[in-house]
Design a protein around this ligand. Structure first.
Ligand SMILES: C[S@@+](CC[C@H](N)C(=O)[O-])C[C@H]1O[C@@H](n2cnc3c(N)ncnc32)[C@H](O)[C@@H]1O
Length: 225
């Protein structure tokens, strides 16, 4: 059953539900909380995150775009749960979350926040230092900051080499610019992924991760070969 190919997740029914869900953020995606903290994600995608994390067992997840910290704490909570399921596994899995804005965020022993642009030289230098400091050997990346095409492409170029083979780089919100949500957005994450994949053969789009039909990240689950 696991990872069976899916048939068409861009049919009329799925897209109609997707736009209905997306177009009422007061009731859906911006009205979603993890342990009391706002998280700007679709719960279907969060379940897929859990599956990817358990299967690929990253020891470090780097997230660009922290916002309130809900997603960072969600990821850390999944690591906590993994440690309970396999207590003999002593790997100290951690989350590094980067945002250009500083604000009060929930603390968690596994989470480290950094304030700075995800693509600034200082940030990228620090990220590499942290990878070395942690001795991280399995690295997953989630890109969820500025969703304009050019910024996401810069992130893809900067963070792709950090993702270890078999691990994922998830490009969030490829659904905007009419895929099928937020038509007026302009070139965004989907267009960045297309540009990135046209010049790199290091990653494959794992469409099996879109098995629940609606995902905010169509074509955005990239697996490092
Ligand atoms: C979509 S929100 C992140 C949502 C969060 N990951 C979640 O799931 O709840 C985008 C965040 O990216 C941040 N951001 C915008 N430009 C950025 C940049 N150049 N570098 C890092 N963060 C940036 C914004 O401040 C904002 O908090």
């Amino acid at each position: 059953m696991a990872n069976a190919p899916i048939a068409g997740n861009d049919d009329a029914i799925t897209n109609a539900f997707h736009t209905r869900y997306y177009d009422n953020p007061y009731q859906t995606w911006s009205n979603t909380f993890w342990m009391g903290c706002q998280i700007l994600k679709c719960p279907l995608d969060l379940w897929v995150y859990q599956e990817i994390m358990f299967e690929t067992k990253p020891d470090l997840i780097i997230e660009t775009g922290t916002y309130k910290g809900g997603s960072a704490v969600f990821l850390a909570s999944m690591f906590d749960a993994m440690a309970r399921v396999a207590p003999e596994d002593r790997c100290p899995r951690r989350v590094l979350s980067i945002d250009i804005e500083e604000q009060d965020r929930p603390t968690h022993l596994r989470v480290r926040y950094h304030t700075g642009s995800s693509v600034a030289d200082e940030t990228l230098t620090l990220v590499k230092q942290i990878i070395a400091e942690y001795g991280a050997e399995r690295i997953m990346v989630i890109l969820d900051s500025d969703h304009t095409r050019d910024h996401v492409l810069k992130e893809l170029d900067a963070y792709a080499p950090l993702v270890t083979p078999g691990c994922y780089m998830i490009v969030e919100d490829t659904n905007v610019n009419g895929h099928p949500a937020y038509e007026a957005f302009g070139p965004g994450p989907m267009e960045a992924v297309e540009a990135f994949l046209s010049k790199s053969d290091q990653f494959e789009q794992d469409r099996t991760r879109e098995k629940y039909y609606m995902t905010f990240n169509p074509g955005g689950f990239l697996k490092r070969k």
